[in-house]
Design a protein around this ligand. Sequence first.
Ligand code: SF4
Length: 313
Amino acid sequence: MFEIKPYPEFSWSNSRHKTFTECKKKYYFHYYLSHNGWLLQAEEENKQVYRLKNIKNLPIALGEAIHDIVHDQLKAHLAGEPLLTEQQLKQECKNKLNQAFIDSKKHYENWAQKPKKFNMLHEIYYNNELNPDDVDKIKEKIEICITNLLSCKSYNEILSNENLYVLEAEELKAFYFDDIKIYVVLDFVFRDRLSGKWVIVDWKTGKENQGDRDQLALYALYLMDKFDITLESIEIRNEYLQSGKTVTYTLNEEDIIEARNLIVNSSDKMQTYLQDRSLNKPLSADHFEETFSFRCKSCNFKELCDLSGKNDG
Ligand code: SF4
């Protein structure tokens, strides 16, 4: 039977680390106060924070739509089903974003009841409108990203190589290191049966950024843990769909040591904010300080913080 727990399970992920580094209050809202907010009988405060946690802005909604489309297209290919054309893929992407807009504008109550099932765009929730320039940019991005997807190295390799063993497609996976549960989201993983090489593909709809590299060692750690394979047999690719650039990485032992150190040190720091480590019970809310910065403007939880006089959030 489904058990209701007063506190969430402690786990570590790259995005949790990022949130913890950015703002402790945001971290508290996202990883603790939202807990159980999906339950009918939850306190209104938990429900509100859980709803806010599920808001997404336009670029994130676009990223999700493209990931879903790639996932469905490759799934259809693996099942031997017909593939959508470039125009159909673009239309599908537009439909998903239109739906996000309609949900946000017209189905507030549905979203408030089921924030994971319906969409709420950050721009609509906080400003009740989309900036026309942003909408134009998103439309342009859809065109570019889908065109680049169809010509990128990984997509074509997956479609043409019959010796691929496909492992994962867009799934949240967990593994343990030093008794810490680690979550990674793998976009697509395959193994070339002839060369024995494992390839992890990450579809990126944003611009290249240094932080992208931080995730890579985690992917390798996951594969090494699960399949007992060597680091040398793993290739990691970021497909930047906006620029059409493929960036391939091979990692060395130092990268792995750094990733392990990051996990341990970051988890240790997170756990100093716990009242009871065995329960993952957090300290009281006032221990989680706000970090006011330019990020507040786009933060999902900004209605919960007093931003008066702080930037233009
Ligand atoms: S609005 Fe700013 S201070 Fe408040 S949680 Fe978000 S990032 Fe932190």
